[in-house]
Design a protein around this ligand. Structure first.
Ligand code: DGP
Ligand code: NA
Ligand code: NA
Length: 210
């Protein structure tokens, strides 16, 4: 103890993966787990369909509207930007955020349509950097078998194969891959260990970056 005010903050933990990779259920399990240990934690997801921009995205995803590929890309990005300051405030106040999809989804899904990957990354620059990215790795065929897709625009096997390929190109050393075709409980166990480790490191004062 050096007498300085604690820099303790929450961790920004992102879950990425194909549609039906299990992110949403694993996210709620992680939340219960961390809450049970007495941590302040919130579940977030992108796109956040509750904002004005989010409603445009939702209408696009449900095929109620058509948009140029670049235009929808920028809307997804804007949807993350409009939440940036709240996200930062939460983290600084000590709340850990478990976020279901973030910039990597933006780049993976849009580049899967053929957009240039560097162009796709540009509007994401300056958003808060995740402390950890957990990639729920599942073969597209296996994800498609899981109770079927919900029928939204991107939920098609052929397209998900392209997204999987894009994710592979984005995957770097900061990512942790989990075999998401394992039974749910096994995936949960691995995720809990990784997340607890990350939360503890951030509490010790790891700086927030962008
Ligand atoms: P979800 O609510 O997690 O099911 O996401 C809705 C769909 O939108 C899903 O197929 C993934 C896709 N998606 C999420 N974020 C982005 C993004 O930033 N850009 C694009 N093009 N697609 C995204
Ligand atoms: Na979906
Ligand atoms: Na999801």
């Amino acid at each position: 103890e050096n007498g300085h005010k604690s820099d303790s903050r929450g961790a920004l933990i992102v879950l990425e993966g194909l549609d039906r990779s299990g992110k949403t259920s694993q996210s709620s399990r992680l939340i219960s787990y961390l809450e049970g240990l007495g941590h302040s934690v919130e579940s977030w997801r992108f796109p956040d369909r509750n904002t004005g921009v989010g409603q445009m995205i939702s209408s696009y995803l449900t095929n109620k509207s058509q948009l140029d590929d670049h235009a929808i890309h920028l809307l997804f990005s804007a949807n993350r930007w409009e939440k940036r300051s709240l996200m930062e405030a939460k983290l600084r106040s000590g709340t850990t955020l478990i976020v279901d999809r973030y910039s990597f989804s933006g780049v993976a899904f849009s580049s899967a349509k053929g957009l240039d990957m560097e162009w796709c990354k540009a509007p994401e620059m300056g958003l808060l950097a995740p402390d950890m990215v957990l990639y729920l790795d599942i073969p597209p065929e296996k994800a498609a078998e899981r109770g079927g897709y919900g029928g939204e625009r991107y939920e098609q096997l052929e397209f998900q194969r392209k997204v999987a390929h894009s994710y592979q190109l984005l995957h770097d050393a900061s990512w942790k891959s989990i075999d998401a075709s394992l039974p749910m409980e096994d995936v949960e166990k691995k995720l809990k260990e990784m997340v607890l480790d990350c939360v503890t490191t951030c509490q010790k004062g790891k700086a927030l970056s962008n």
